[in-house]
Design a protein around this ligand. Sequence first.
Ligand SMILES: O=C[C@H](O)COP(=O)(O)O
Length: 254
Amino acid sequence: MRKQIAAANWKMNLTIHQAKELAENIINAPIDLKPDQLVVLGVPFPYLAPIQKVVGDKAGFYVAAQNLSNKKNGAFTGEVSAEMLQSLGIQYVIIGHSERREYYNETNGVLAEKLNIALEYGLTPIFCCGEPLYIREEERQNAFVAEQLKESLYHLSAEDVSKIVIAYEPIWAIGTGKTASSEQAQEIQAFIRSELTTKYGAEVSESIPVLYGGSVKANNAVELFGQKDVDGGLVGGASLIATEFIAIINSLKA
Ligand SMILES: O=C[C@H](O)COP(=O)(O)O
């Protein structure tokens, strides 16, 4: 089975005290991860090392950065490089979240560079894609997402693309409480996989986890994650509440 992933994206929330308490509550919860299931905590840069310490070597639990620079190193004040993340022992990085695209002008081209550099340094990218509301209303979501994949991913070799995780996040469902229905999620995530099949073949596309993100909660996770092409979730708001996120982890397909 493909990896099933519960990924938290804490975004720009929590003090370090709150962050450690949340991580401790998750790590110490009686969660019985199956071999193909994993949990990734996407934390703010300053919390990477302290949260990694809380996570320790607990099997199946990882810490992710929420972003990285498209530059290697040098005079780029305020940036954080792939090499820095690698040197901290970080293994996952979220790339192309819609908030980065919208508020920090990250284009598909810049995201292609970020994917390259992440892979060069052995990081696993969680690559986000998804359409805004007006595109969904015009029923052009498939073409929109196909373009994002084409412009950011399709320069990668089959070997490299096999190392990534994709998170489909319809922008209209992020932080709005408006979840895509499980049918909507399944439909477009099956489309994403079929696009990857066309480009890379079935063996590759069937191995890539495709997560759903957008108002995932404890009360809708089982139905969403139960869909054939939904391999877990990238969770914002609900990942800030230990009991909610633990229930979401326990909703992964076994
Ligand atoms: O990265 C997570 C997504 O933006 C979803 O956020 P949300 O669960 O608060 O809607």
